[in-house]
Design a protein. Sequence first.
Length: 166
Amino acid sequence: MSTLEFNQLLSVNAPFLKSFALRFTKSVEDAEDLLQDTTLKALRYKDHFEAGTNFRGWLYTIMKNIFINNYKRNKLRKTMLDSSENQYYLNYGKKSENTIAGSINEKEIRKTIEELPGDFRIPFTMFVDGYHYDEIAEHMNIPIGTVKSRIFNARKKLMSELSDFR
């Protein structure tokens, strides 16, 4: 498929995508951002699209994945640390009974993560922040298999170091 044909298919499907983006986000501004992110990612990965398959479905899947990743990132950003003496976690989402225990153990968990070698810590923290393997691989300029291996090994090391928290 030529670039011109791909771009035409993309522009023909823009209204379809915008309606889905509105359903996901419930906000016109957020829907436009989601549509733009989807379009950019589709253009970036146009070589991955197989001619003769469902183009709308492919675009919808890209949009859905971007929305889910953004949701995860935003949810993590809404967690903040109170600077009072007790240092409780405040989460604007639902409240949990384990908040106090979580805040007590959080320092030790963070310290253990920070003690990981950079080759393991960086992909692990990016993954926890909601990045996909391919985004991490591109950021670190390493193969996806290496990213997966490093995240797996970081988890394994954290599980052994933090066995008291299971």
